[in-house]
Design a protein around this ligand. Structure first.
Ligand SMILES: Cc1cc2nc3c(=O)[nH]c(=O)nc-3n(C[C@H](O)[C@H](O)[C@H](O)COP(=O)(O)O)c2cc1C
Length: 304
């Protein structure tokens, strides 16, 4: 693999900047039958909580014109089972392991992070898009005070790993949340998670998704994500991992120009499980053809 794609984020070295996004690539190992995981820069695993969670009732996924709506409900095996059964299998590959995690209360975030901090994963990614049950269901990531508290309290117990805070786009001013996350101790930011959406079946007059609303992902959200990465780049001084609707290498370049230092590929994995590896090769060719030595040279280079 070419040196032009090597990157370093918060002291962690990646062979390339292509990371599979949480919830769209299982625990990584499920994909080992289809692709060579060694060729990925990193894998961000399905969001992990303290206890095993079964998620929402079906139907939980719906295809829209330009992406998908999902309300999986953060189904996962729980942190202990993840460490015992999934992590050792993923560790066999030369790819960085990012563990996406969540909680229903600050205490749960803190506890999951404390446990994961003692494992040999590479980075933690905190999903703040989930509702704080104690505070009446308001998402941690849509209230600046709650964002500050959950990041600050969790960061206090993390001694060994960099902490990425994954921002929710369901806010008016993303800059405020980037700033708050950085002040509370985030080492990096990933943006964006899904946008709240809804779709209705006109025959039955019922919502397509049992949860009524779901998270919109895929090409439809890319312009929103690019705008948010651009605004965050001008606001924070920590690295930004761009996410949202990436389908090909051109989308990756766009995220870099907006200010990203790495990217995650989500919904595209459902269209083509080999897409991330294809993007790595194409990106390498693009850099060569444009005579760009290192992909990092593109970060924030939009001419605006
Ligand atoms: C089915 C599905 C499940 C997801 N689960 C999680 C999750 O557990 N934790 C998380 O932080 N993001 C989760 N996401 C959000 C993605 O990681 C990503 O931020 C989002 O889909 C936008 O990227 P994309 O347009 O490339 O899919 C999920 C997305 C989908 C489609």
């Amino acid at each position: 693999m070419s040196k032009s794609l090597e990157i370093e984020i918060c002291g962690v070295k990646f062979n390339n900047p292509i990371i599979t996004a949480s919830g769209t690539f299982g625990y990584g190992i499920e994909y080992a039958r289809f692709i060579d995981l060694n060729k990925l820069g990193g894998v961000s695993v399905k969001g992990i909580s303290l206890n095993e969670t079964t998620g929402n009732k079906m139907p939980r996924i719906m295809e829209t014109n330009a992406g998908m709506l999902n309300a999986i409900g953060l189904q996962n095996v729980g942190v202990e089972k993840f460490i015992k059964e999934k992590l050792p299998l993923l560790k066999k590959y030369d790819t960085r392991i990012i563990v996406n995690f969540w909680g229903k209360s600050i205490e749960e975030y803190v506890e999951v992070a404390r446990i994961l901090d003692e494992t040999d994963i590479d980075m933690l990614e905190m999903n703040i898009s989930c509702p704080n049950i104690k505070e009446g269901g308001i998402a941690f990531g849509t209230d600046p005070k709650m964002t500050y508290s959950v990041v600050y309290e969790t960061k206090k117990v993390i001694k060994n790993k960099p902490l990425i805070v994954k921002l929710s786009p369901n806010v008016t001013d993303i800059k405020l949340f980037g700033k708050v996350a950085q002040e509370a101790g985030a080492d990096a930011i990933s943006a964006i998670n899904t946008l709240l959406g809804m779709a209705i079946n006109i025959e039955t007059k019922k919502p397509y998704i049992s949860n009524i609303t779901g998270g919109l992902s895929g090409p439809a959200i890319k312009p929103v994500a690019i705008r948010m990465v651009y605004e965050l780049y001008k606001t924070v001084s920590i690295p930004i991992i761009g996410i949202g609707g990436i389908m090909n290498y051109k989308d990756v370049v766009e995220f870099y120009l907006a200010g990203a230092s790495a990217v995650q590929i989500g919904t595209a994995n459902f269209v083509n499980p080999e897409i991330s590896i294809k993007i790595v090769t194409e990106l390498e060719d693009y850099l060569k053809s444009k005579k760009v030595d290192k992909i990092t040279d593109l970060t924030g280079k939009v001419i605006a």
